[in-house]
Write a protein that binds this ligand. Structure first.
Ligand code: CMC
Length: 392
């Protein structure tokens, strides 16, 4: 009842107060819990940032050690999960498999269904998710290759473990160039939270009905899948490949992006909140140059991406609309250089975003926020008389 304000896409509507991430889109500023993204990307590690986002402060050395050890203990997945996992066609999209497997965890941990669970029990679910998601992602990768899964190893760090489960083999533990491990930390940190974006709002909304954390995260994964959101990283590489195969003419694709009769958009460009530059894109662009150089990878699409960016930034259409490269523009090029297939890119985004989703879900619960339930303005038919089928 009362006056309803319409705001399609929630462009100007705040859904919550939050103490997790600060974002100034005009200045291109991003902070997690008061720490700048530049400092965190350079100096921190992914699990430290996960702790920071979820619990509010950087951990002491002891707290971090416990956090890491707790996660390490939970990295195995119940073998019964394989029963339905094997039923997926091997070519099915990794994001569909990921959301399904994460949602299925609630069936294996029914204590997570209790909305009045103690803080300790709730914490177990959060640890479980951080621990099991890398293992799930590696299963998906191995399945796509038809290879046996590699189990987590207790002697390895979080990222090393993940990379070994992805690229190692059952009896052959793989070691990685420190540049590769550092790049993974940086990428996951940059993705770790981004205030009330589409997937995070979904996680909070689903959780607001007291649905369990696994179900809420599974919903967030599905929201992230879309090409306007996390799916953009895969779409960017596919677009760059198309441009390359079509003769490498960046201007032709800029023209298409500007043409209002053409549904084509320049993927990896534009952002709802950043109207200056995306600070994550700046860091990723630099990391991209460093990683490719260090690994000796010469990827022709990097050159196309740079030409496209340069041309777009000079173009009045993009200037007028304040469209800049976003986090997804260069991330796929790095993932590819590290050896990931393009349909795994969004899954990596999900792995990075997981601590943010958890932190936001926890904040929503701790704040005792009401169930999310937007209103509408009805514009359909007024009352009509039912007409029997034989009279229609
Ligand atoms: N290419 C061409 N035109 C664009 C683009 C683009 N990538 N993005 C926005 N525009 C135009 C749009 O057509 C509109 O023009 P006009 O005012 O003439 O109608 C204007 O710019 C404003 O765009 P909008 O769609 O109203 O803006 P939005 O805030 O609703 O959408 C966005 C933001 C990110 C969905 C959009 O910029 C987009 O579709 N970008 C491409 C997909 C992408 O890279 N997504 C990743 C976002 S960042 C990471 C993440 O969230 O996961």
């Amino acid at each position: 009842t009362g006056y309803i304000t319409l705001d399609a896409g929630f462009k100007n509507t705040g859904a919550t107060k939050s103490a997790i991430t600060f974002l100034d889109g005009e200045q291109g500023i991003l902070h997690y819990r008061g720490y700048s993204i530049e400092q965190l990307a350079e100096k921190s590690t992914f699990l430290e940032v996960a702790y920071l986002l979820i619990y509010g402060d950087l951990p002491s050395a002891k707290a971090l050690e416990t956090f890491r050890a707790d996660i390490k203990k939970q990295m195995m997945i119940h073998e019964d999960m394989k029963n339905f996992f094997t039923g997926f066609p091997s070519k099915s999209h990794p994001m569909g498999q990921l959301s399904c497997l994460v949602g299925a965890l609630s069936a294996f941990y029914p204590e997570s269904l209790n909305p009045n669970a103690s803080e300790e029990e709730e914490n177990k679910t959060m640890i479980n998710l951080l621990a099991k998601m890398p293992t799930i992602v590696s299963w998906i990768q191995k399945k796509s290759l038809g290879h046996p899964v590699v189990y987590p190893k207790n002697n390895l760090g979080y990222i090393e473990n993940f990379m070994n489960m992805i690229f190692g083999e059952v009896n052959d533990e793989k070691t990685f160039d420190p540049v590769v491990i550092q790049a993974m930390h940086t990428l996951l940190i940059l993705h770790a939270d981004h205030e009330q974006n589409c997937s995070t709002s979904t996680v909070r909304m689903v959780g607001s009905s007291n649905a369990n954390l696994y179900a809420s995260i599974s919903a967030g994964i599905n929201a992230l899948w879309g090409p306007l959101h996390g799916g953009a990283n895969q779409a960017v590489i596919e677009m760059l490949e198309d441009i390359k195969n079509d003769g490498g003419d960046a201007d032709k694709y800029l023209a298409k992006a500007k043409d209002k009769n053409d549904p084509f958009r320049l993927m990896g460009f534009g952002h709802r909140v950043y109207k200056n530059f995306d600070p994550r894109a700046k860091i990723i662009k630099k990391a991209c140059d460093d990683v490719l150089e260090k690994l000796g990878v010469d990827d022709p699409v990097l050159d196309i991406a740079k030409r496209l960016e340069e041309a777009a930034l000079k173009d009045q259409y993009f200037i007028d609309r304040k469209l800049y490269p976003n986090v997804d523009f260069y991330s796929g090029i790095i993932y590819r250089a590290l050896g990931f297939k393009s349909d795994m890119f969004t899954v990596l985004f999900a792995l990075g975003r997981l601590p943010g989703w958890i932190a936001q879900w926890k904040e929503m619960r701790d704040n005792k926020e009401p169930i999310g339930r937007p209103r509408q303005v009805y514009v359909g038919e007024t009352i009509r008389e039912y007409v029997p089928l034989d009279k229609r």
